[in-house]
Structures are given as C-alpha cells and as structure tokens.
Design a protein around this ligand. Structure first.
Ligand code: NDP
Length: 458
C-alpha cells in the first residue's frame, strides 16, 4: 500500500516535467568552493548540473593570494583553487554559465529561475551558494571613491599604497589581517576601532606587536570620506571620548567590518536568521523549501573557511541527488527528458565572445575613427591581477549583448603608450570613451556595477 502511494507521488512529480524546457535537475547558484564542489557531486551523482556563476565568479577566494590551509596544500593561490575546482566540475560534465539570478519563483515546480539576461531555467533542485559580501560603511564619500581610495581588499590593492599612510576600519580578525597585509607596502597603517576594545582574538592582537608600522585608534567612528576629484585625502572621524570630529589624513581606506550574506534575492521565499544567513536543517543542507539547499558562507556565520564551505557544498550536492532519487528521477526518467535539458552550447547560436585586444595608440585611434558614435570601454588589466580576470569574464558576457559598447582589452604590461596616455597606475582600470573620457574606475566592479557604469553613459 505504502509503496503504491510512493509510486503515485513519484508519477505525479515526474508528470510535471513533460512539457518543461530549459530543465535543470541540479541548479547551483554561486561558483565559490561550496558551489563548485556541490556541482561535482551533483554531476557525479549522474544528474545534469548547471552552475550560475554570479556577479563575482569564483567568489571571495579570487581576492585571496596565499592560502596555507586548503586541504593537502602547504601554499596555493586562491584563484588557483577556484580554477582547479572548476576544471574538476567541468570534467564531470558540469555546465558553468555566466550571469546572475534576478528571481526565483517557487509557486510551481520545477522552480522557475530568471537570470539577469532574461534566460529562464526550470530547476528541479536548487543549491544556493552565493556566499557573503564585504560590508560597507554607508557614509558620504564611500561610493564616490570606491575602487579609487576605498576598498575592502588589502590583498588586491595593498601594492598601490607603497609608502603611503592608510587606515583600516574595523576591530575584528579581518582588520588585523588587512593591516598586516598592508604593512609590506604602506608607510603607516592605523586601525580605526569604534569601541574601546578590539573584537579580534587575543592571539591575533598579539601578532600586531611584530609590526611597528601598525597603530590603533580606539573610540573613533568614521563619518565621511573626503578628497579631491581624483583621490581621497582623509577620513572624518567622530571621537566618542573627546566628542570631537576631525579629519584624519589618509590616502587609502580599507574596510574590514564584516560580511553580509548574499541572500536578499531569496529572503521572501527561504527562511533566514535575523542577519540574513540561510537556515539549514543540520546535519543536512536542506532549507525551509523542499528541494532547495544552501551551502558555504550563505549558511555559515561561524567557520567561514574555504575548506568547510566545500564540505558543505559536497553535502548539498549529495542531498540534491538523494532528493531527485527520492522523487523518482531515475536514470530512465532522465533519459526521457534529455532533449528538454538546458544545454546552452547546444541551444544558443555561437557568438564570438573574445574581446578586441590592442596594445598601441594607433590601434585605439583606428577603433575610435571606425566607430565614431559608439561608446568604447577600455579595460586595462595585468596577468597577475585576479580582479582583472573576474572583470574580463563579465565583460566577455556583456560584449555579447545587443547594445554592448565596444569593449577593448589592453594588457597594461604590454601597452606602454596607452598606459602613459591614460595615466594608468593600477589594474584593473576601466575607462569609458564617448568623444573623450566620460568615466573612469579602478579596482573590482561586479556585474551590476559595470552595467550601471555603462548605462549611465549610453
Ligand atoms: P567581525 O564581525 O568579527 O568584525 C567586524 C568589525 O568591524 C568589528 O570590530 C565591528 O565593530 C566593526 N564594525 C562593524 N561595522 C562597523 C562600522 N559601521 N564602523 C566601524 N566599525 C564597524 O568580522 P571579521 O571579518 O573581522 O571576522 C569575521 C569572522 O571571520 C570572525 O569569526 C573571525 O574570527 C573570522 N576570521 C578569522 C581569521 C583568522 O582566523 N585568521 C581572519 C579573518 C576573519 P564592533 O566590534 O564594535 O561590533
């Protein structure tokens, strides 16, 4: 009797697949260690698996240089971990696609996922692995100088502050790590702590004694970032002890004030805690919605390690495979819907995605003369810069859109005259040309920030 009921339920679930297109048995949102390991386990479990890479492909590890605690490696670069995990997933048949999710509709099943390029996927299971993003201060000047004086990534940007005086905002372990990272480059580093104590672990605080360039100011709250048109000159601080406000001179503000889970796009459909972390049903990765799982920093505010994230990704991948098996998605059923599966290479016409590359002023002039009314975006990058690689992936995708500007890739280590002409001092730097320079930004910009920058100048 019970077996009959189970068989009926399975048939009912599978009958919902009959006319669905762009079907994805395991759909993973996010491409950090959690997402990529979940993908490998989904594909090895025999289920067609798609990874939507998100606004920041590879996630926070792409901003990390040396990693000493990745399993089995005494030292490895963050981007190399991601590259290996991605190759491993793809070797098992995982399809990775560029793009971000705009919405998920769980009113019917398979769940409807809409991407920012309006592609609609129908997911039988979803694994959310969108991680957490660095928190921002939300004070005047922060947006204006973001990427050109204000940043949350010392690992990426410290070399640009050689012999300069910089500040790190925050009192946690990250603030100490950022300060130590900066000490190899900057002349002085002042950690700005809003309370009279640091939250960082005592062992971390003790490490600071070895770095005479680093000092700490307590009871100071950032109020405003000030500067000229091009560069910041200081940060306005309210001193809670003296009750006075003053400008602290600095040429770089590094934020280390915690992270915010990237769960906004599912907050109305999936249970989160007060801070926005997705609640999972330990020891499984199941969320409050059947068939939707979460893994990595989005569901973990305690450990937040690449290793633990990948472990949770493995669990989520196994959970998704088991869920599909339980609802009757057997190999036979999978075979019967094989033509309905989302396989972007097979369904979309091939579009050239390689950007135009130039190295000389003459080449740029020829491009401008040949496209007098078109917006031109110059992307200055270097081989060793991980943010540059992320931006390039996003630009390649944007270049396929109908109204895309002409996107021009420039290797800053090769294109000496272009670097000199545009006074490029750091990579990545993006310059928008429309009868002259109309915008310029340095440092990492995610997909939405890039789109906004281009939209402004259409
Ligand atoms: P935390 O949440 O631990 O610390 C954030 C810090 O930023 C706090 O000192 C907080 O102040 C301060 N802050 C928050 N908002 C503001 C604001 N608007 N203005 C000024 N200051 C602000 O974040 P972390 O990223 O440092 O650490 C997160 C987790 O990762 C922790 O568990 C940490 O232990 C771990 N970690 C471990 C490392 C290691 O072991 N090597 C390295 C880095 C992180 P307040 O204290 O007043 O709230």
């Amino acid at each position: 009797m019970r077996e009959n009921i189970k068989a009926d339920a399975e048939n009912a679930a599978m009958s919902k697949l009959s006319h669905v297109t762009n079907l994805v048995p395991v759909c993973i949102i996010g491409s950090g260690p959690a997402g990529l390991m979940a993908a490998t386990y989904g594909a090895r479990g025999g289920k067609h698996t798609v990874v939507i890479e998100g606004n920041k492909p590879g996630g926070l590890l792409m901003d990390t240089t040396d990693v000493e605690n990745w399993p089995g490696e005494t030292m490895i670069k963050g981007p190399e971990i991601i590259s290996k995990l991605k190759s491993q997933a793809e070797k098992h048949g995982v399809v990775c696609i560029s793009g971000a999710v705009s919405s998920i509709d769980t009113n019917s099943w398979p769940y409807r996922i809409t991407l920012d390029n309006e592609t609609v996927l129908h997911a039988m299971t979803i694994i959310i692995a969108t991680g957490a993003s660095p928190r921002r201060l939300g004070i005047p000047g922060e947006d204006t100088y973001w990427g050109s004086g204000v940043t949350s990534c010392a690992v990426c940007d410290a070399p640009f502050y050689k012999n300069e005086d910089v500040v790190v905002v925050g009192g946690g372990d990250s603030a100490i790590e950022e300060a130590i990272q900066l000490s190899g480059f900057a002349r002085s580093i002042t950690i700005l702590v809003r309370k009279d104590t640091m939250r960082a672990a005592p062992t971390m605080q003790a490490r600071l004694k070895q770095y005479p360039k680093i000092s700490i100011q307590y009871n100071v709250e950032p109020k405003k970032i000030v500067g000229t048109v091009e560069t910041i000159t200081g940060i306005e601080l309210y001193n809670g002890t003296t009750k006075e406000t003053s400008i602290f001179p600095t040429s770089g503000v590094f934020l280390a004030i915690g992270h915010i889970p990237n769960s906004g796009f599912v907050k109305d459909i999936i249970k989160t805690d007060a801070e926005g972390y997705i609640i999972v049903n330990h020891p499984h990765q199941q969320t409050s919605v059947a068939g939707i799982f979460a893994a990595g920093d989005i569901a973990d505010k305690i450990y937040r390690q690449a290793g633990t994230s990948s472990g949770h990704g493995i669990q989520a991948g196994l959970d998704a495979v088991r869920y599909l098996d339980d609802i009757g998605f057997s190999d036979q059923v999978a075979q019967s819907v094989s033509a309905q599966l989302y396989r972007p290479g097979a369904q979309m016409p091939h579009q050239a995605s390689d950007l135009i590359s130039i190295t000389t002023l003459e080449e740029l002039e020829a491009l401008i003369n040949g496209n007098p009314d078109r917006i031109i975006l110059l992307d200055f990058w270097t081989e060793t810069c991980s943010s540059c690689k992320q931006i390039m992936c996003i630009l390649k995708e944007l270049s396929k859109e109908n109204d895309s500007p002409l996107i021009v890739s420039i290797d800053a280590d090769e294109a000496f005259d272009l670097v000199e002409k545009f006074m490029i001092t750091r990579a990545p730097t993006l310059i928008v040309l429309k009868h002259g320079i109309v915008a310029e930004k340095s440092g990492f910009l995610d997909r939405s920030e890039l789109q906004l920058m281009l939209k402004k100048h259409k």
